[in-house]
Design a protein around this ligand. Structure first.
Ligand code: PGA
Length: 262
């Protein structure tokens, strides 16, 4: 099956409105339209609206980094998926920084996945184990729990809209500098995630689902993950803040797609 490769830039809590606008300008100068690649930008909540005006929507899609699972109400400080419906096509849900710093539980992630689907936003669900869990050989158990809870109320029709990103915490640059996952680690974990999806929704849904790798991906090693048969894209943090690095990652994806076609 020839799926589009999905390249997502997660800007996290970086860049002002002005800096974001400059980055978008540069990305639009450098990244070409590729029919077999989807490029998605996840700026801060504050930046989504102004960026949406200047973004070339044929080339880039927008993604929220998070949102609250209630559609509206007295939840001071929150923004709902319902409010983002017209603005973004994707939302990152359950990123490890949400789970770690903001106490998001498996159930919160499950509710956010539901809210996202309800509001026609495609969830990018982040899963992954900590270093400690890895050392204790608990990776499979952790992934199983995270995947099955997040998908708990997802119907077999809605499973098509779901993207999962495998992001081992020990390989995320903000937590651990200079440590990267070996492509075979990414491949193993992603196969396992696909197997979980297959057990819940069948083989077809599992094959169809896009599963990404994330954790210190840069323009030099992107290819080693993207060329793996199980990996359908990358979720990029630090390197997405630099237009040359991010463009390099999109170029690597394009090269792989071109080779696959020939
Ligand atoms: P990183 O971040 O590429 O900077 O490691 C990835 C992520 O946290 O999504």
């Amino acid at each position: 099956m020839n799926k589009q490769l999905l390249i997502v830039g997660n800007w996290k809590m970086h860049l002002t409105v002005h800096q974001s606008s400059l980055l978008v300008h540069r990305l639009q100068q450098h990244i070409k339209t590729h029919r077999d690649i989807e490029v998605v930008l996840a700026p801060s909540m504050l930046v989504l609206q102004p960026i949406s005006v200047e973004l070339d929507k044929r080339r880039f899609k927008l993604c929220a980094q998070d949102a609250y699972f209630k559609d509206e109400g007295g939840y001071t400080g929150e923004v709902s998926f319902a409010m983002l419906g017209d603005l973004v096509q994707y939302a990152i849900i359950g990123h490890s920084s949400r789970r770690l710093f903001f106490g998001e539980t498996l159930d919160t992630v499950r509710d956010k996945v539901q809210a996202s689907i309800r509001n026609d936003i495609m969830p990018i669900i982040c899963v992954g184990e900590t270093q400690q869990e890895r050392d204790a050989h608990e990776t499979r158990q952790v992934l199983h729990d995270q995947v099955t809870t997040a998908l708990m109320n997802v119907t077999s029709k809605d499973i098509e809209k779901i993207v999962i990103a495998y992001e081992p915490l020990w390989a995320i640059s903000a937590f651990n500098k200079n440590v990267t996952a070996k492509p075979e680690d990414a491949q193993k974990a992603i196969s396992f995630i696909r197997q979980q999806v297959s057990e819940l929704y069948g083989d077809r849904a599992a094959k169809h689902m896009r599963i990404l790798y994330g954790g210190s991906v840069n323009e030099h090693d992107a290819r080693s993950y993207l060329e793996l048969p199980e990996v359908d894209g990358v979720l990029v943090g630090a390197a997405s803040l630099n237009y040359l690095q991010f463009t390099g990652i999109v170029d690597a994806a394009h090269q792989i797609q071109t080779e696959r076609k020939s």
